[in-house]
Design a protein around this ligand. Structure first.
Ligand code: PLP
Length: 476
């Protein structure tokens, strides 16, 4: 790259444009609050602003940055605005963005240990660090039979868990010959839709996922699970897996992991725990009770790309015994053979995931943990929880609004007392205003607004302004 050869970007040119790109990102963060949080474009508007044909002649980087402003920015929903309270967050931070940049610069593909030993070993090490930071059971560490791996998303982590459960339940038979429709799995009615999708992809069949009822706090009822397992066995089915959610998508309900763990052990079921967003809270010892009982889980996942200041994508997936996972996913064509793999001396993470190739995601996670330190991460997570609880307190004393369920951590589910129609209109008005972005769910059939605090730069002033906007947009 020292001198431009052919059409390539030369090193000096790269350096110059690189500085301009970093400046652009810093400026973007400085003005992010000036944009409407939810993109206000109509379908097709972004494409209509793009040339119909790709360029025959290469263009200048300055022209590309100009189009980033002119064409792309209006079509961006600003997930990094401190006024973003929708879904669950996908927050970022300086160290994570720089980690992404450095990983892109190294440009390694870490499918095998040998294709970049540091890519694999840093990942194993950082995931062991995180297991300690979150107070996860020792059996999830790489020093024993278990270990952690970075997946792109919680969806894929849950799919891998299901494949490992399938492998364990059938001794490899289902992997060789396919499923015969007898394997069944369980999750609550509130579990993420990715579990149902994974059942289809894993060949177990979506219909073989039993959705178990929940209590008033929206948490799975273990006695109903026990009944369902009994009924399935009586019908000749083979129960193989249960998924507990620590922090459901709708209302952040916490399934009773301890009770489910004991039941799954007694019944020989694989227990997977999906803690996609709420898992991050375990950085703070005072929130760890939410995942009590993890010692009985076979696998666990959470997403630093949601609430832990680490750019999308980054899901940490842990297994207590990696052998079933590796048996389910390992394949060794001749061209991947190498002495370290043959000697069994290394982790080859392509055996722990669906796809072959993999990015160097551990780098950004490493930078995030080193930048904040455990102390810094805990500080910001506690702050988000405090802010959400403050918001809930305002809702609670307002005669026009009510809490839909008791607020958990950084999520508040609430509604206007005027009914579904009023709440739907209120949400539309708020999101069209561009001042904030909220989303909804249905709890007990009732339309419910969700307010999730997790963007990196959200502070009391943003939460206060959001509440003011909600109150003034509500029918009086
Ligand atoms: N599980 C839960 C509980 C979630 O809330 C979500 C997304 O919000 C997911 C899984 C899916 O996450 P991902 O986008 O990482 O697949």
């Amino acid at each position: 790259m020292a001198k431009p050869i052919g059409f390539h970007m030369g090193l000096e040119e790269f350096r110059r444009h690189g500085y301009a790109a970093v400046d652009w990102i810093a400026d973007y963060y400085a003005r992010v609050e000036t944009f409407p949080v939810l993109a206000q474009v109509r379908p097709g508007e972004v494409r209509a602003a793009l040339p119909p044909e790709p360029p025959e002649r290469g263009e200048s980087f300055a022209a590309m940055l100009q189009d980033l402003e002119r064409v792309i920015l209006p079509g961006i929903t600003h997930w990094q605005s401190p006024n973003f309270f929708a879904f669950f967050p996908a927050n970022t931070s300086g160290p994570a963005i720089l980690g992404e940049l450095l990983a892109a610069g190294l440009g390694v593909q870490g499918m095998l240990w040998v294709t970049s030993p540091a890519c694999t070993e840093l990942e194993t090490h950082v995931l062991d660090w995180l297991a300690a930071l979150l107070g996860l059971p020792d059996r999830f560490r790489s020093s024993g039979a278990g270990g952690g791996v970075i997946q792109d998303t919680a969806s894929n982590a849950s799919l891998c868990a299901l494949l490992a459960a399938r492998e364990r339940a059938t001794g490899g038979e289902s992997n060789e010959r396919g499923c015969d429709g007898r394997l069944v799995a369980y999750a609550s009615t509130q579990a993420h839709a990715s579990i149902e999708k994974a059942m289809g992809i894993a060949g177990l069949g979506r219909k073989n996922l039993r959705l178990i009822g929940v209590d008033a706090a929206m948490a799975l009822r273990p006695e109903l699970l026990a009944e369902a397992i009994r009924a399935d066995r009586a019908a000749g089915k083979i129960p193989c897996c249960a998924v507990a959610t620590v922090g459901t998508t709708s209302s952040l309900a916490i399934d009773p992991v301890a009770g489910l763990g004991q039941l799954c052990r007694a019944e020989g079921l694989w227990l997977h725990v999906d803690a996609a967003m709420a898992g991050t809270a375990a950085l703070c010892p005072e929130f760890r009770h939410l995942q009590a009982g993890l010692e009985c889980a076979d696998s666990y996942c959470f997403n630093p790309h949601k609430w832990m200041f680490t750019n999308f994508d980054c899901d940490c997936f842990y297994v207590a015994d990696r052998s079933a996972l590796i048996r389910a996913l390992s394949i060794l064509p001749e061209y991947l053979r190498n002495p370290e793999t043959e000697a069994g001396a290394v982790f080859d993470y392509r055996d722990w995931q669906i796809q072959l190739g993999r990015r160097f995601r551990a780098l950004k996670l490493w930078l995030v943990i080193r930048h904040y330190g455990a102390e810094g991460l805990r500080h910001h997570i506690r702050r988000h929880v405090e802010l959400a609880q403050q918001f809930a307190a305002w809702v609670q004393v307002d005669a026009q609004f009510e809490l839909a369920v008791a607020p958990v951590l950084n999520l508040v589910c609430f509604r206007h007392r005027g009914g579904d129609e009023v709440n739907e209109r209120l949400l539309e008005r708020l999101n069209a205003s561009g001042r904030l972005y909220l989303t909804h769910t249905r709890l007990g059939e009732r339309y419910t607004l969700r307010f999730c605090v997790g963007q990196t730069h959200t502070e009391l002033e943003h939460v206060q302004r959001a509440w003011d906007s909600i109150r003034s947009a509500a029918p009086q």
